[in-house]
Ligand binder design. Structure first.
Ligand code: AVI
Length: 346
């Protein structure tokens, strides 16, 4: 699962009244900080040319549900293609590293793919320690439940951004055996090339030579196929995209009229990315009181809300190799256009 908003999260209930009060006070502080950051990023992003909003703000409760529904669409094949590759080749993927004792998942999703891979480990008596990293408490709880039920598995959750979570996981990792890091779902595609490189270098720093990184990435395919995946005939992706305006209205006192904006997916071949935009149909002025900002739109002006970079098998390898990895093996679903690549830290 990609980054989630703290605002969407809830604190797990506890029997102890004092703990519950403390937890709620902490949550209130976190929510206030998250709302402040949201307000700042919205004010800053809407003052840019072109206007931009970071995709992490898609994922409130409704946005996360819409994303789950998108993953089930026949035109959006990333999730199913990756799950099929893991189901078919999981044994070979984990067999490529000797003695895996630690598995770290960055952006932990529902835990389904992690459970699939753990089920492929050879029968063992030595426990595997699993580190789940996500900023969504809900995603962590879901995933920890699925993974923690497996025999010989102990789970540590890190409710933190990737970089901080990785540092925590590395500091408490087991001394013996190999570590396998997972970055799945083509989440790498939502980073621009410089961010992707910085991210991969960060993962490499956390690993020891010989450790593994399993990376899922969506591949370049014909433009009409890509555009169908990001502008589906059921309109789910349009709703997912527009939901960010709903959030701004609800959480920041914005006054966007949703009918003023159209969802648009664009294939930018030169940059190898699908861009999602919200295109303004008429000239409007939109006050956003909670962000202390007013956004002026011309007809046809857009808010660029997401980039999904598409790779080739060779470009994935080149990027990770540049960041300090050697490729171990690559599994490709040529029909769906998706690759899972196992890298070894150099
Ligand atoms: C989470 N991420 C990899 C998805 C993607 O394909 O870029 C988010 C998404 N955007 C539109 N549809 C799905």
């Amino acid at each position: 699962m990609p980054f989630h908003s703290l605002i969407a999260d809830t604190v797990a209930s506890t029997d102890d009244g004092q703990d519950a009060r403390r937890a709620h006070a902490e949550l209130a502080l976190e929510l206030a900080a998250a709302r402040g950051a949201f307000a700042d990023e919205v004010a800053r992003g809407l003052a840019l040319h072109p206007k931009r909003l970071p995709p992490k703000y898609f994922y409130d409760t409704l946005g996360s549900r819409l994303f789950e529904a998108i993953c089930a669409l026949p035109w959006y094949r990333i999730t199913r293609a990756e799950r099929d590759l893991l189901a078919r080749h999981g044994t070979a993927m984990v067999a490529a590293l000797p003695q895996i004792t630690t598995v770290i998942e960055l952006g932990c999703g529902s835990g389904e793919k992690m459970a699939l891979l753990l089920g492929c480990l050879p029968r063992r008596t030595v426990p595997v320690r699993v580190h789940l990293i996500d900023i969504s408490a809900t995603a962590l709880a879901l995933s920890a439940r699925a993974v923690g039920a497996l025999p010989h598995v102990s789970v540590v959750t890190h409710r933190a951004p990737y970089e901080i979570g990785m540092r925590q996981a590395a500091a408490s990792r087991l001394r013996h055996g190999a570590t396998l890091a997972l970055f799945l779902g083509s989440n790498i595609g939502n980073f621009d090339p410089a961010e992707a490189e910085g991210f991969l270098r960060g993962v490499r720093r956390m690993l020891r030579p010989g450790d593994g990184l399993l990376l899922g990435a969506d591949l370049v395919k014909p433009a009409p196929v890509l555009l169908h995946a990001y502008d589906d005939p059921l309109g789910l992706t349009a709703a997912f995209n527009k939901n960010v305006l709903v959030r701004i209205n609800r959480e920041l006192g914005g006054s966007f009229d949703l009918d003023d904006f159209d969802h648009e997916a664009r294939w930018n071949a030169a940059e190898s990315r699908v861009e999602m935009h919200l295109v303004c149909r008429r000239a409007v002025r939109v006050p956003i009181t909670g962000a202390g900002a007013t956004a002026d739109f011309d007809v046809g002006e857009t808010i660029w809300t997401e980039s999904s970079y598409k790779y080739t098998p060779a470009s994935i390898r080149a990027q990770a190799e540049h960041a300090g990895f050697d490729r171990a093996e690559q599994w490709i679903d040529t029909e769906a256009g998706f690759a899972v690549t196992l890298f070894r830290a150099r």
